[in-house]
Design a protein around this ligand. Structure first.
Ligand code: GLU
Length: 325
């Protein structure tokens, strides 16, 4: 019988297996995103007890895009509590693309969930603060707790998003009309474009995911990023709505809460165990990273991470990693 492979070698093998997988297209609807190198690829895992494993381009900076929605939702919950947030943003998966506007109608008024653009604009509008600078600084501060260091906004992506985000602006106007967002609509839209344009590395994303796995405390710094009582809200919407209109299939096949973004990042959270992050820019037709999906499917199968894998196999991962590092 061969020895159990080390955790690092599992990640290295996944990297080698999928690095020449060339399907998918880099997002181009935000002009700045189209310039990215499609060969960039990294897989990183941070454990809930503070170890970090990396492969590939782990230090490459890119914009976080929709993955920010997860953390801003947590901030809205922290600022206002569950009931007020639920009154403004639902928790129903849509099965529609991330930028769909069709369900924002007279009947529903409320965006379906905080993982689609309309819902994220609504949660962003809930960020407290006196004026745009204070609100932006509060948001960056929240991200800093998750990442463990200062974070910055890529100005050219921000300007690109802001000047081409007509659909997002249309959704915000509709929600303003329905009374779902307040008078600070333009300010909140800027805050939305800014959060999408925040720069992270794949390693940062793994630490952010591990912070969620560790009940809201960054396992490297010991800083609390979000009250533990909101982790279940955040992970529930990630599980049901986090992977665009592939969320149901993802829940069925991979079975762990996750969120992806159009710059090619995916985070996945194994509660109390791991934060997983993959970065690879080419996307499938849903907007999910092609290599990212492959890696997560493979890793979940190898380590039996699916939430409903008998006998709750994922609770043994930390033991399996043992004392590596
Ligand atoms: N900034 C992007 C937008 O609002 C985010 C899209 C995404 O990553 O899903 O269009």
């Amino acid at each position: 019988m061969g020895a159990t492979p080390s955790f690092q070698s599992i990640l290295d093998d996944l990297y080698d297996r999928y690095k020449s997988f060339n399907d998918g297209q880099v997002a181009s609807y935000i002009p700045e995103l189209a310039k990215v190198n499609p060969d960039l690829f990294s897989i990183c895992v941070a454990t809930a007890d503070g170890r970090v494993f990396t492969t590939g381009d782990a230090d490459q900076l890119f914009t976080i895009q929709s993955i920010a929605k997860v953390f801003v939702y947590g901030m809205a919950l922290d600022d206002h509590g569950r009931d007020k947030v639920l009154a403004k943003v639902g928790v129903e998966p849509t099965g529609d693309p991330f930028n769909s506007i069709i369900r924002l109608d007279e009947h529903s008024k409320r965006p379906d969930n905080p993982m689609i653009n309309a819902g994220a604009i609504a949660t962003t509008s809930l960020i407290k603060g006196n004026g745009p600078t204070e609100r932006l600084n509060r948001m960056l501060d929240m991200f800093r707790h998750y990442v463990g260091h200062d974070v910055y906004i890529d100005m050219s992506v921000f300007v690109s998003e802001r000047s081409t985000g007509h659909r997002n602006r249309a959704m915000a106007s509709l929600m303003r009309h329905f009374g779902m967002i307040d008078d600070r609509m333009d300010e909140s839209l800027d805050l939305y474009f800014q959060q999408c344009s925040m720069m992270v590395t794949c390693q940062d994303l793994a630490v952010m995911a591990a912070t969620l796995a560790n009940c809201g405390v960054n396992p490297l710094t010991g800083d609390r990023a979000v009250p533990g009582c909101y982790i279940r809200d955040i992970l529930s919407v990630m599980y049901t709505c986090g992977m665009y209109n592939f969320a149901g299939e993802w829940a069925y096949k991979v079975g762990i809460p996750a969120k992806s973004g159009v710059s090619g990042g995916i985070i996945a959270v194994v509660p109390h165990q791991l934060g997983i992050a993959v970065f690879s820019p080419p996307l499938d037709s849903h907007g999910n990273s092609v290599r990212g999906i492959k890696v997560c499917e493979d890793l979940a199968q190898q380590l039996e991470l699916h939430m409903f894998d008998p006998p709750m196999g994922c609770s043994h991962i930390l033991e399996r990693i043992g004392h590596e590092q």
